[in-house]
Design a protein around this ligand. Structure first.
Ligand SMILES: *[C@@H]1O[C@H](CO)[C@@H](O)[C@H](O)[C@H]1NC(C)=O
Ligand SMILES: *[C@@H]1O[C@H](CO)[C@@H](O)[C@H](O)[C@H]1NC(C)=O
Ligand SMILES: *[C@@H]1O[C@H](CO)[C@@H](O)[C@H](O)[C@H]1NC(C)=O
Length: 296
């Protein structure tokens, strides 16, 4: 008797629970977003209105002066192939519009954020609410060197001028362009990247046409320090197979080459035979023989 009745009352309680829950969620849904929320946002709007807008006469009498934050006649140096950034910071620009003009041919490069040049390497960089209207020039070339004008529209327009200098980074292997070594001796080549404005991302070494950076099993050790713009090639025990043309190739600079001769230590004449002096010796010898023949 007890069991069925309790079971039924449990059923009944469950049902009541569901109904209460439904009512709660329905009224909750009605109350939550619709009634209180709009009233608070209205209040927020009213607050913003009174706080952010001072009386009009104040606004006009205290208009701050437009001012360049970048020094006039600033010089920017970039290496060929890199990205040059010509800064132009303008304080209190108001509704002024910034244009970049290349002075050597009065070519209009950008207006606002729009590139007018057909050369899409030029781009104005400006983050919303920032005061910076930097001109970005990608893949800088020697012909990009010169004066650039950052102009702000106003009455009359005001400008600053920046000079872009372009340097050509190049690799340089220390020592003479030809090296003579005996087999078994240590070959050490040091390559430095000079005239750079940015460090190389990588430096490859070539032996003739083969890239040898990772040829550890062939007795070659390459260590590169990009921050110092240095790369070292070390062959602790050079053999005849290591002779040839070595080229240092930084990713962003003109390469450099050196020629390594490995001659047999027992027979140094092998090295001399290819030198011009031995040809001269032979010629003199031939002359001597011919004079002897003539004298007879
Ligand atoms: C920047 O210098 C140029 C002359 O080099 C001058 O004509 C120009 O008015 C200067 N701009 C500012 C904002 O002083
Ligand atoms: C390569 O040479 C550097 C020094 O230039 C040395 O520290 C390193 O241990 C060498 N690596 C090998 C595999 O010989
Ligand atoms: C060495 O190799 C470089 C790159 O391939 C080449 O420009 C240079 O002429 C070569 N030098 C010699 C002496 O073969």
């Amino acid at each position: 008797m007890l069991n069925p009745s309790t079971a039924m009352s449990v059923e009944g309680q469950r049902c009541l629970c569901v109904v209460v829950l439904l009512i709660h969620t329905v009224t909750g849904a009605g109350e939550g977003p619709s009634s209180p929320a709009p009233s608070t946002t209205v209040r927020v709007d009213q607050n913003e209105l009174t706080v952010s807008f001072p009386p009009l006469e104040d606004l006009y009498s205290h208009t701050p002066e437009k001012q360049f934050g970048t020094e006039n006649n600033t010089v920017v140096t970039s290496q060929t192939g890199s990205t040059a950034l010509l800064p132009c910071i303008i304080r209190n620009i108001g509704d002024g519009i910034v244009s970049w003009i290349r002075r050597k041919d009065y070519h209009l490069l950008t207006v606002g954020l729009t590139t007018y040049s057909s050369d899409q390497r030029f781009q104005a960089i400006h983050l919303q609410h920032s005061e910076d209207w930097t001109l970005k020039v990608r893949f800088v070339q020697k012909r990009d060197a010169g004066i650039y004008e950052c102009q702000v529209s106003s009455h009359p327009p005001t400008s600053i001028f920046l000079r872009l200098d372009v340097v050509e980074a190049r690799a340089q292997i220390s020592g003479p362009t030809e090296k003579y070594l005996k087999p078994g001796s240590t070959l050490r080549l040091q390559c430095s990247v000079v005239q750079t404005t940015e460090a190389p991302a990588f430096v490859f070494w070539y032996h003739n046409s083969r890239m040898i950076n990772y040829d550890v099993e062939r007795g070659i050790n390459v260590t590169t320090d990009p921050a110092q713009r240095l790369s070292d090639l070390l062959i602790p025990a050079a053999s005849v197979s290591h002779a040839g043309n070595y080229t240092c190739v930084p990713n962003n600079a003109v390469p450099a080459s050196i020629y390594v001769h490995i001659f047999n230590g027992e027979n140094p004449a092998a090295m001399q035979s290819s030198s011009p002096s031995s040809i001269a010796d032979r010629f003199q010898c031939l002359l001597l023989i011919s004079t002897i023949i003539v004298l007879r």
